[in-house]
Design a protein around this ligand. Structure first.
Ligand SMILES: *Cc1c(COP(=O)(O)O)cnc(C)c1O
Length: 397
């Protein structure tokens, strides 16, 4: 069967692919330790789960308005005001099937054939593919470790063209954990606003901050910035609710309306039960978030120290999210058990086969010199996984 051009240009998500391989080996009885996961390993806090169960019991199981129930939109507006200093009305909010879907809706509503979308690298794997699926052209702009993996004003200027339509800003960042300061964001929006470039601000990791790092929502930088910004967020990462599939966008009214219309024809409303659970998440006690954050902070320290003790690997201390992006380039060209290490993919392959440890190659995020370790896993797994890597890496010649 012949597939459409657009389907032919798209690969499966490489992070999911690596995870699937690790699972397959586990099924064969191999004790694989995985640092590939892109989700909290905690269960959804009980009061949130109970709200979902109550929704089923009460028969809240029918179609809802396509862009979400008023109660949830109100809760999102209250959250955006409380946490981010943003004034949005329910009509500016579209509740979607996850933040990923909210981003897809935004691109559907914004991108014409050939429009360019700037994506600072390293980037979350789906940005490039979602842009291509919508007829756009991803313009990858590499960042550098010396700049904390953050886009510089001069690199941004050099990437702008007549066709630039939008840019992704993802702070805290997946995969690097980079967090932009208010000042750094201000320097970028000063360049973007006069050029009318739409800013897609992916803020799903806003609550996962360490060492006193502070979060700034892009739209909070001023009314002219807010008029060009789509704020993307969701409950997946903050509340350990990845399977519930609730995310949202807040945007200027005309864009929000267009996104709601598109969603109404593509998927209709997000799951009614999950919407009720999301209301509980946003309006209930935020104590579980703090508990998860404290646990992530402990693991991060262990992971960073452990990686820097591995022969040939090095990393900085990320300020946000739950990933460490480790530089592995010093290993390239060397050999391990007779096999040449040629890049991040071959190294990840060797880690999996020789040490039974799964990581995601940096190539998946647009930078081959790195691999990504997720620390959304237990301290015991971190200790044991790093010990296995240490043993294998000691044999590199
Ligand atoms: C996990 C993730 C998302 C998507 O989250 P969902 O709400 O589960 O769709 C979006 N952006 C980044 C950077 C992520 O890591």
């Amino acid at each position: 069967m012949r597939l459409a051009q657009r389907a032919q240009g798209i690969g499966a998500s490489p992070t999911l692919a690596m995870n699937a391989r690790a699972k397959e080996m586990k099924k064969q009885g191999i004790d694989v330790l995985s640092f590939t996961v892109g989700e909290p390993d905690f269960n959804t806090p009980a009061p949130i789960a109970e709200a979902g169960i109550a929704a089923i019991r009460e028969g809240f199981t029918r179609y809802t308005p396509a862009a979400g129930i008023p109660e949830l939109k109100e809760a999102i507006c209250a959250k955006l005001k409380r946490d981010n200093g943003l004034e949005y009305a329910p009509g500016d909010v579209v509740v979607a099937n996850g933040a990923k879907h909210a981003i897809y809706n935004a691109l559907q509503a914004l991108i014409d054939e050939g429009d360019e979308v700037i994506i600072p690298a390293p980037y979350w794997v789906s940005y490039t593919e979602m842009v291509k699926l919508n007829g756009g052209v991803p313009v990858i702009v590499p960042t550098r470790a010396e700049n904390g993996f953050k886009l510089t004003p001069s690199d941004l200027k050099a990437a702008l063209t007549q066709r630039t339509r939008a840019i992704f800003i993802n702070s805290p960042n997946n995969p690097t954990g980079a967090v932009y300061s208010r000042r750094e964001l201000e320097e970028l929006v000063q360049i973007l606003v006069p050029r009318d470039v739409v800013i897609i601000s992916d803020e799903v990791y806003e609550k996962l901050l360490y060492d006193g790092a502070t979060f700034t929502s892009v739209a909070a930088l001023g009314p002219e910035v807010k008029d060009l910004t789509v704020t993307i967020n969701g409950v997946s990462k903050t509340y350990a609710m990845t399977g519930w599939r609730i995310g949202y966008a807040a945007a200027p009214r005309a864009l929000a309306q267009a996104m709601a219309n598109i969603q109404s024809h593509a998927t209709s409303n997000p799951n009614s039960i999950a919407q009720k659970a999301a209301v509980a998440a946003l309006t209930g006690s935020q104590e579980p978030v703090q508990q998860m954050l404290a646990e992530f902070a402990r693991r991060r320290q262990r992971m960073v120290t452990g990686i820097n003790a591995l022969p040939g690997l090095s990393c900085g201390t990320p300020e946000g999210a739950f990933y460490v992006f480790a530089d592995v380039a010093s290993l390239f060209g060397r050999t391990l058990r007779g096999q040449k290490i040629t890049g991040s993919v071959s190294l990840a392959e060797l880690f999996l086969v020789e040490a039974h440890v799964a990581v995601v190659p940096g190539a998946a995020f647009g930078d081959d010199r790195y691999v990504r370790f997720s620390y959304a896993t237990s301290l015991a797994t971190i200790d044991e996984g790093l010990a296995r890597l240490h043993a294998v890496l000691s044999e590199v010649r």
